[in-house]
Design a binder for this molecule. Structure first.
Ligand code: CP
Ligand code: NVA
Length: 304
């Protein structure tokens, strides 16, 4: 039987144009105002989102579920433990079946290639809810948060301090799509993927010294040193990342107006000092909330 029809997916930030991304951020701000004012905005009545989680989640799950309810639709949580996926039903077959019943599918998994395989066999839009390669939904929220507090990020300088991981990769894509410069400070052996870096080579600098990286920047971002699936590497990673914790003395080197972002969950005293996370220039709670508003805008864009 033939496989689908071309639909728009959101597997990485590169799947939308810069104009589409900016429109989405603007719509997210509008949806936030509507929700705060208690104004109904049920634009996805009767629509269903399926969510497959092969890794843990707090924010992603709750933001999509709450968002779909607010838009008048519904969502369902599927885990490999209690679906046939966990017993070996092929990804392709699962995609064919699910996409005949629901209007959109969100997936959080390990291997990005599995997400791409799923999307190729889906009749409905597929959203990346995090893979080992990238976390584009988080970047929608991060960009919304920066815009909300400081205005346009175009032409600004951002420092990524820590692991060259999935979040770092999405920052590289964002540097290209939103037109900012990115300094990436990571220990040797923890660089971002060279192919991802090549996407925005003209806007990114990889460096070893985190203090030099944050000098005068407009935004400082970090993430855990031990991503989901890397638990066995904890001791080795904590040794390698010594000196990379974002602390008050590091933040003091950034621009006076600089913001601090972290996708969360955060490990105080590891990648970020407690007083940085809890300081007024840390906007991580707005960032977490904006996951919901930004993804509502994304769902409208893809389904609506
Ligand atoms: N930032 C983020 O994706 O959080 P969760 O793992 O809780 O979904
Ligand atoms: N880099 C982290 C992000 C969690 C939202 C991970 O992959 O576990």
């Amino acid at each position: 039987m033939s496989d689908p029809v071309s639909v728009r997916h959101f597997l990485s930030l590169m799947d939308l144009s810069p104009d589409e991304l900016r429109a989405l951020i603007a719509r997210a701000a509008e949806l936030k105002r509507l929700q705060r004012a208690g104004t109904p905005h049920a634009s996805l009545q009767g629509k269903v989102l399926a969510m497959i989680f092969e890794k843990s989640s707090t924010r992603t799950r709750v933001s999509f579920e709450a968002g779909m309810i607010q838009l008048g639709g519904a969502s369902m949580f599927l885990s490999p433990r209690d679906t046939q996926l966990g017993r070996g039903e092929p990804i392709e077959d699962t995609a064919r079946v699910l996409s005949r019943m629901v209007d959109c599918i969100m997936i959080r998994t390990f291997d990005h290639a599995d997400l791409e395989t799923f999307a190729r066999h889906s009749r409905v839009p597929v959203i990346n809810g995090l893979t080992d390669m990238c976390h584009p939904c988080q970047l929608l929220a991060d960009m919304q948060t920066y815009f909300e507090h400081r205005g346009d990020i175009a032409g600004k300088t951002v420092a990524w301090v820590g692991d060259g991981n999935n979040m770092c990769h999405s920052y590289i894509s964002a540097a290209k799509q939103f037109d900012f410069s990115l300094r990436i400070a990571c220990p040797e052996g923890f660089d971002p993927d060279a192919q991802v870096l090549a996407l925005a080579a003209d806007r990114c600098d990889v460096m070893r010294d985190p203090r030099a990286a944050v000098d005068g920047v407009d935004l400082v971002v970090t993430d855990t040193w031990i991503s989901m699936g890397q638990e066995d590497e904890k001791a080795r990673r904590e040794r390698a990342f010594a000196g990379y914790m974002v602390d008050g003395s590091m933040m003091a080197r950034a621009h006076a107006d600089a913001l601090f972002l972290h996708c969360l969950p955060a490990y105080r005293g590891k990648e970020v000092a407690a007083d940085v996370l809890d300081a007024p220039d840390s906007v991580v709670w707005d960032e977490a909330e904006n996951r919901m508003h930004a993804q509502k805008a994304l769902l409208e864009f893809l389904i609506g």
